[in-house]
Write a protein that binds this ligand. Structure first.
Ligand code: COA
Length: 458
């Protein structure tokens, strides 16, 4: 398998997708790559936005436009130089309209970075992570986003990346390009006083840490545990700065608290970031909002929840981006003390069926022949997946057998990381199978014991 750096350099060498550039040019628009540093060594010590540093001028304009697209306030000028450093190894594109009143600001933005998606079997597949998709409100519904998406997915295919991933502002946008909502995110709101929490005793200890200590510990802990959670990708340094409240312009960071759990041997096995929300009238109903709970062991999980429940003066405990199937449910005497709201979160799009399906392991042996239609014509066809008794799969393209299952890239991408049942897709009219035993076999092969999950937005 190629390394992350090899994929990045392959994307860099390719430059722009000629088809997308030509389609946009025919509408009077220019597609450009925005300069980003290839590595941390390329970031100047004290970058300033000036004519002497045109790269930073372009990056700042790209971020100004992005902030507008996402309904944010104008970015604070003093924070913009740090954006250059936060763009290391990113592939950022801008679409420019020379006739606007501010022609230096792109009317379309599209960013990406190379990462790894965790798949079942404590394995990973290289992934093209898409971010910062925006089109100026003055230029929407003219096909700009479609050109950007199609062009960049072609670039990812040409670089050999087997899947693309993204998180979404609106659920209605991405299935048309072959993306599936593949991992859900649950928001848990727990009435602390009603819950009747109990959990096994633990031998380690819980301590407050500084945000700087958290910033050092968090990537190390995530790296240790990410393979156990299908759906995760690798957070970039910018994501960790955001969790730690160290990103310039971060909101409500002064209210953050950081806590670690160390096991009896003294090793850090759990981290929490939370902030407290004042109640309008009752101090003893202060809200506790957890932005990150990360644990490597069952002990750490129990100890961190005990810490949250034993926190006096707290009414509701709220956690976002948690699993639908959170073990804490079974630590509550009154399960109705928890209100759980589920949304689609991690979107996955298979680009190379064989490479994707061969990257994971399966829960059962068997052979399934799939007919896959691809809405963008990037990777469809007929494929046989043969899984041996060890759970390893081999994919053969273009087999002559009749298909057992007919589906599009969307449904295959939903099945891929184990969070969607084939039976559900059949009932929804989204997948057709030659028989009920085939559907059961697909579920026995693809479904995972734990729900896939992604712990952050990107
Ligand atoms: C979403 C956004 C990027 C779309 O840009 P756009 O250039 O107007 O999109 P296009 O004209 O290329 O439309 C492409 C397709 O998406 C559809 N579409 C566009 N915006 C949509 C939306 N907000 N919801 C649902 N569908 C949408 C179009 O109808 C079109 O469908 P079709 O090609 O199947 O007929 C733009 O509306 C935007 O910047 N929104 C605010 C920021 C945002 O939410 N970005 C997405 C981040 S995940």
């Amino acid at each position: 398998m190629q390394t992350q750096q090899q994929f990045e350099s392959s994307l860099r060498k390719q430059g722009l997708d000629a088809q997308a550039a030509a389609a946009l040019a025919s509408r009077g628009l220019e597609l450009r790559l925005i300069p980003t540093p290839a590595s941390a060594d390329d970031i100047p010590a004290d970058p300033t936005i000036s004519e002497a540093f045109p790269e930073l001028v372009a990056v700042a304009d790209w971020f100004r436009s992005l902030a507008r697209g996402f309904l944010d306030a104008e970015p604070d000028e003093k924070n913009l130089p740090s954006r250059y450093g936060a763009s290391v190894a990113r592939r950022n594109l801008g679409v420019f309209d020379a006739d606007t009143a501010q022609p230096q600001l792109p009317v379309g933005t599209f960013g990406s970075f190379v990462t790894e998606l965790t798949v079942p079997g404590e394995a990973v597949v290289p992934a093209f992570a898409i971010t910062a998709v925006s089109v100026a409100a003055t230029h929407r519904r003219r096909g700009i986003a479609r050109q950007l998406m199609e062009g960049e997915l072609r670039a990812a295919v040409a670089a050999g990346l087997p899947v693309a991933v993204l998180t979404v502002s609106e659920s209605s946008i991405y299935q048309r390009y072959g993306f599936a909502p593949s991992a859900s995110a649950a928001t848990w709101v727990i009435d602390r006083k009603r819950a009747g929490f109990s959990a096994p005793a633990t031998e380690g200890r819980v301590d407050y840490i500084s945000r700087e200590q958290f910033r050092e510990l968090a990537p190390v802990l995530h790296e240790r545990i990410r393979l156990t959670s299908p759906g995760e990708i690798i957070p970039t340094p910018m994501h960790w700065d955001r969790f730690a409240g160290l990103l310039p312009g971060g909101k409500n960071t002064e209210a953050q608290r950081f806590v670690q759990y160390r096991d009896a041997a003294g090793d850090v096995q759990g981290l929490i970031v939370y902030s407290l929300r004042e109640h309008a009238t009752d101090y003893s109903k202060t809200g506790l909002d957890v932005s990150l709970l990360m644990t490597a062991t069952d002990d750490a999980y129990a100890a961190m929840w005990r810490y949250l429940f034993e926190h006096d003066l707290i009414g509701d405990i709220t956690l976002e981006l948690r699993s639908v199937d959170e073990p804490v449910r079974w630590m509550l005497a009154d399960q109705r003390a928890a209100t759980v709201t589920v949304v689609d979160h991690q979107y996955v799009r298979i680009l190379d069926v064989a490479a994707a399906l061969q990257s994971r392991t399966y829960g059962s042996a068997g052979r399934i022949v799939f007919d896959v239609t691809d809405p963008l014509g990037l990777g469809g066809g007929r494929f046989a997946l043969d899984v041996n008794d060890a759970g390893r799969g081999v994919v053969t393209r273009g087999v002559a057998d009749e298909p057992d299952v007919k589906l599009s890239t969307v449904e295959l991408s939903a099945l891929f990381i184990g969070g969607t049942s084939a039976q559900t897709l059949v009932s929804a009219g989204r997948l057709s199978a030659s028989g009920i035993d085939v559907v059961s076999l697909v579920d026995a092969m693809f479904r995972t014991p734990t729900e896939p999950r992604l712990s952050f937005w990107y």
